[in-house]
Design a binder for this molecule. Structure first.
Ligand code: RET
Length: 133
């Protein structure tokens, strides 16, 4: 399978607004966040990942091992504590984020040299695509 490692720049971001509303993010923060060109910097070593979401306004970093549950605090996003678990589903990296919000999680995969990310929360789906920088 393709490696996720590298620097990836956002080229599309569909329904980020709906996802942020589902998370209960304030309209002030949503307005700022919507304008950001996000960048993902990913370091993958086998099943160990560090995924950095970078922007001029705010950064967010998670690190995890596939199949190992971890506590995640979504600092600077909706500031919630969730219990997260990332697993491989075929060539997709799929995360479930258990907590106050139902059906919360994300899926990452690589297709045609692009990094795809779907973000889920309470029935809202945000679709983001990144190209290698
Ligand atoms: C930003 C800017 C501040 C407001 C919000 C943000 C959202 C970040 C998100 C990151 C998701 C990261 C994932 C990493 C794992 O692969 C851009 C930090 C709301 C939603 C899913």
């Amino acid at each position: 399978p393709a490696s996720f490692s590298g620097t990836w720049d956002m080229i599309s971001n569909v329904n980020f607004e709906g996802y942020m509303i589902a998370l209960g993010i304030s309209s002030n923060l949503r307005k700022i966040a919507l304008k950001l060109k996000q960048r993902k910097v990913i370091e993958q070593q086998g099943d160990l990942f560090i995924i950095k979401t970078l922007s001029t306004f705010r950064n967010y970093t998670i690190s995890f091992k596939v199949d190992c549950e971890f506590q995640e605090f979504t600092k600077g996003l909706d500031n919630r504590h969730v219990k997260s678990l990332v697993v491989w589903q075929d060539n997709k990296l799929v995360c479930e984020q258990l907590g106050e919000k139902k059906n919360r999680g994300w899926a990452h995969w690589i297709e045609d040299d692009k990094l795809h990310l779907e973000l889920y929360c309470e029935g809202e789906v945000c679709k983001q695509v990144f190209k290698k920088s």
